[in-house]
Design a protein around this ligand. Sequence first.
Ligand SMILES: [Zn+2]
Ligand SMILES: [Zn+2]
Length: 367
Amino acid sequence: MKKTGFFIAFFLLSGQILWSQSLKYIDIPNIGEYVTLKCDFHIHTVFSDGNVWPTVRTKEARMEGLDAIAITEHVEFRRLHDQGYINGDHNTAYEIAKSAGNKNFFVIHGSEITRRMPPGHWNAIFIEDGNKLDTKEYMDAFKEAKAQNAFIFWNHPGWWSQAPNETVWLPEHTKLYEEGYMHGIEVVNSSWYFPEAHAWALEKNLTMLGNSDTHSPMAYNEYYIASGHRPMTLVFAKEKSAQGIRNALDDRRTVIYHEDKIIGAEKWVRPLFDSCLRVTRIARSKTRREMTVYVKNVSCLTFKLVKKDQNEQLNYLRDKNVNPYEEFSMRVRYPEGMTGKWELNFVVTNWLVGPNEGLKWVIPLEK
Ligand SMILES: [Zn+2]
Ligand SMILES: [Zn+2]
């Protein structure tokens, strides 16, 4: 009897371990008072031109360790519906997916307003009724989205099909921006990073988004195969809830996780960097003119450090790729008679705070 109890406990426990292993954990720390939530606000299913059922989307996202997704079907393009294979309206995909939502995973109602350029494709999320966005004139769809208190952003502004030669901002975009219809912009969509959108977001104080725009099963996407994760928007929320996410989007509290890159405004990239990569100790040699700086990466993210603008008198490593959870040390040699405060200077070339511009990292030293 005792033995049976032991085996039952063992199997229950091993089952739990297997279950927890099937959910991937993307280990990115919180920053300060904010919880870091992993979100994908641009996803398709068979209800527009995607290839999977809505509940597959929620399952994929949960297995990948995401905290929130928005289902955003094209309003104007519903291939399987128009061919007669799929019934339902512009809310059906969300209605099916939303049952997967709970206090740890949020399914957000959205639609993709899908027009020729200008103005191109736009997502309205946190909507109430996608059917009302099905209008003849695009401005009427924007007005309706705004009336529903949606968060609205410009999708894939550099998509080759709509921007074949360059990523351009047109007078129609100025009008949408000035009249309060543009709250954010996709700086990353699927495999693409748009440096122009990065610059516009900084200039115009738009929320930066990075989304998958997946149409296939997630594991079929090239970006997923290449990097092991989808592009996602990291949201810094005051509370883990749908409203917390919405407030963070309104307040521009996001960065993007794309391949091995973090992309955003320095205001949010910097504190995330500081919570991931930490100087744990600085040891000074008593006998030699050198000190050792110990560094620890507490996250699953990587860092490409390149020495830049260094004090010529200091001798330390030229570059370093920091792997997830890596701990390492740097020996710093200094000349005789050097006193006061110095700095080690690096650029983190895969943490972008402007169009293709890396974050600066300064380690202050004192002798
Ligand atoms: Zn689109
Ligand atoms: Zn799309």
